[in-house]
Unconditional design. Structure first.
Length: 66
C-alpha cells in the first residue's frame, strides 16, 4: 500500500470491504480470500468477525498512510 495515494487506498478498501462482506456475490469463482488481519479464510468468518477484522485492517492501513 505504500505506493498508493489516499484516493487509491480508499478505493481498494471499499472494494475489499465489499468482497469480504459478501463474497458469494462479489468474489469471482469463489476464490479463496484470506483475511489480512487474522490470516483465516474469509468464508470462515461470521458477520461479527468480518466487521472486527475489517475495522482492524482499515485502521492498520490508514495509520500507515499518514
Amino acid at each position: 500500500m505504500s505506493e498508493h495515494d489516499g484516493r487509491q487506498i480508499d478505493l481498494c478498501l471499499k472494494k475489499f470491504i465489499k468482497v469480504a462482506t459478501n463474497p458469494v456475490v462479489y468474489a469471482p469463482d469463489f476464490q479463496k480470500m484470506i483475511c489480512p488481519t487474522c490470516e483465516k479464510d474469509m468464508l470462515e468468518h461470521n458477520q461479527e468477525q468480518t466487521i472486527e477484522c475489517l475495522n482492524k485492517f482499515v485502521k492498520q492501513v490508514t495509520d500507515h498512510s499518514d
